[in-house]
Design a protein around this ligand. Structure first.
Ligand SMILES: Cc1cc2nc3c(=O)[nH]c(=O)nc-3n(C[C@H](O)[C@H](O)[C@H](O)COP(=O)(O)O)c2cc1C
Length: 210
């Protein structure tokens, strides 16, 4: 069996540069390890819904409550990004094992006029006064208001910054200190763009002091 703890492969910056584009994209995307995947729900100005899978959701700060996510460059059609810019709202929805296949299918390049909700059979849920659709099956659902975007000059990717407007999650998930046991909803993580895993709780440690 291969000993994966033994470091015996060296890849230089030049090797990376010379890699075939798709190979390099896969490799580099895997390096930051397992990351939670989410479905991003949006609707265009006419109300046509859209759903896309993202694994770049990051905590940006709690006051105000901000989440960030990275969009690929807008050199081609990006329906999620365009809908967020046009309407100012989007939803972030968790993925569990039962909806993984449908969620992954949302990464396919559908036409602007095709809704991934319809194509994959995932049901959309609308809440009064909120433009963007939620994924009805998701256990954690977050309604977001778009605040600003920042272009990463190195590669033209776009950091989308939004503020939490609504938060829906199962009763009993939040403890007395405010920690939410997200492990209990069995979130799916991805390593890169095609390999998925399940995250489970391993340890709970007290606040570290010097
Ligand atoms: C596991 C996985 C994670 C992804 N994460 C992102 C991401 O963080 N940002 C992004 O722009 N695209 C990401 N994608 C690609 C989008 O899902 C894909 O480009 C999709 O077609 C976008 O749909 P849209 O044009 O409807 O927004 C990911 C794809 C997969 C399979």
């Amino acid at each position: 069996m291969t000993d994966h703890n033994h470091i015996d492969q060296y890849i230089s910056a030049q090797d990376i540069q010379e890699m075939e584009q798709g190979y390099r994209a896969n490799l580099i995307n895997c390096l930051s390890g397992p990351r939670a995947v989410f479905l991003i729900g949006t609707a265009d100005k006419d109300g046509n819904s859209n759903l896309a899978i993202f694994n770049s959701i990051i905590h940006l700060g709690a006051d105000p409550p901000l989440l960030g996510m990275l969009s690929r460059p807008d050199s081609v059609e990006r329906h999620t990004l365009e809908n967020i810019r046009d309407t100012g709202f989007y939803t972030i929805n968790s993925i569990h094992r039962e909806i993984l296949a449908a969620a992954h299918q949302c990464s396919a390049r559908y036409l602007r006029t095709d809704s991934e909700f319809i194509k994959t059979g995932l049901s959309a849920e609308y809440r009064p006064g909120f433009h963007a659709p939620y994924v009805a099956a998701s256990k954690l659902r977050i309604g977001m208001k778009f605040l600003e975007e920042k272009r990463i000059e190195q590669n033209q990717t776009i950091l989308i910054i939004g503020q939490i407007e609504y938060l829906y999650l199962p009763e009993g998930l939040i403890d007395a200190d405010g920690n939410a046991s997200i492990f209990n909803i069995e979130p799916v993580v991805s390593c890169g763009l095609s390999t998925y895993g399940l995250a489970s709780e391993h340890a709970k440690l007290p606040y570290a002091k010097p």
